[in-house]
Design a protein. Structure first.
Length: 324
């Protein structure tokens, strides 16, 4: 299993320009993107104590140039730990001053928080004693503050990466909901006209970022994701993603339909069973989504239902709950 730290480091390197446009829109007009970037992973390892390297597996250090010709360094830290770390701001400060001390290069720092505990989502490190004070402020992006539907509105391809990472905020997401969300992200990726090579790299990010509870769902996800890609031209992306959303309910629906078909006619029974299976699958997605705090608008996108239909399903779910 590829670690998420490795995935973040790889995708930041693959999409460095898009990443900077996404997180630093006020400053990108000053960056000379024609000169590209150098990735200074070895330099970063050299300035960090050996005992800290395992805590910084998702760090990236980039060297870029401004249009003025000045050389600047970009420290990108992605916080993907599954636990809250009260020492994280101090680690950011240590990286910053060590880069300054060793290489004497102006730099900016960014922390991308991909966990949910807000208590430790800090944007500065502060130390004071007897009238002396040090404050180190750094840029932050808190994934939990940006919904998938909001990220989907961005034309920047790096927003798709963040959208793919968003379900990782919720450990209690059922496999069915996770599968539906990641396939929906894949659909949007394929419909925005991005370069083929960049699509391929993000598809790989999506493939390996997913963490299903049931291991049997990994090959199923791989197969259905491949089918979306292969059927893009033959079926049309709308038909392909609809197939993905409905797939889990269809098999049960056919089985029930055949049973009903004995009484009502095989053909009609199977058709009704398929339709019922599709609705059952969407109902399960909505139920799990509500449990995990997903918005009604996002659930409507995932299930291809109208907002009113989603609200109606939620209402029936609430009615089905036993009285306390």
């Amino acid at each position: 299993m590829v670690s998420r730290d490795t995935l973040w480091k790889g995708i930041i390197e693959d999409l460095a320009e898009e990443m900077l446009h996404f997180f630093f829109p006020k400053y990108t007009n000053d960056i000379d993107f024609t000169r590209g970037f150098e990735f200074l992973d070895k330099e970063l390892e050299q300035i960090l104590p050996a005992s800290e390297t395992q805590l910084r597996r998702a760090d990236k250090l980039l060297k870029g140039w401004l249009k003025s010709g000045a050389e600047h360094w970009f420290l990108i830290h992605v916080e993907v730990q599954g636990y809250a770390d009260p020492n994280f701001p101090k680690r950011m400060f240590q990286s910053g001053y060590r880069i300054q001390d060793r290489y004497e290069r102006p730099m900016t720092a960014l922390a991308i928080y991909t966990d949910r505990p807000r208590k430790y989502h800090k944007s500065q490190y502060k130390q004071s004693f007897m009238g002396t004070e040090m404050i180190y402020r750094f840029n932050t992006f808190i994934l939990a503050d940006h919904t998938p539907e909001a990220l989907a509105l961005s034309d920047n391809i790096f927003a798709v990466v963040l959208e793919a990472a968003w379900p990782g905020l919720f450990r209690s997401l059922k496999d069915e909901t996770l599968l539906t969300m990641q396939l929906a992200t894949a659909r949007r990726l394929l419909t925005k006209g991005y370069p083929t090579e960049k699509i391929r790299r993000i598809m790989n990010f999506i493939r390996f970022y997913v963490r299903f509870e049931n291991k049997e769902n990994f090959p199923k996800f791989e197969s259905e994701l491949d089918q979306i890609i292969q059927n893009r031209k033959a079926m049309g992306i709308e038909e392909a993603i609809l197939h993905e959303v409905e797939q889990r309910g269809i098999e049960k629906g056919i089985e029930k339909g055949i049973e009903k078909g004995i009484e009502k006619g095989i053909k009609k029974g199977i058709k009704q069973g398929i339709e019922g299976g599709i609705q059952l699958s969407k109902r399960k997605v909505i139920a799990n989504g509500v449990k995990n705090g997903l918005s009604e608008a996002l659930l409507a996108t995932l299930t291809e239902l109208t907002l009113e239909e989603v609200k109606a399903v939620i209402k029936t779910l609430e009615e089905d709950l036993p009285n306390s």
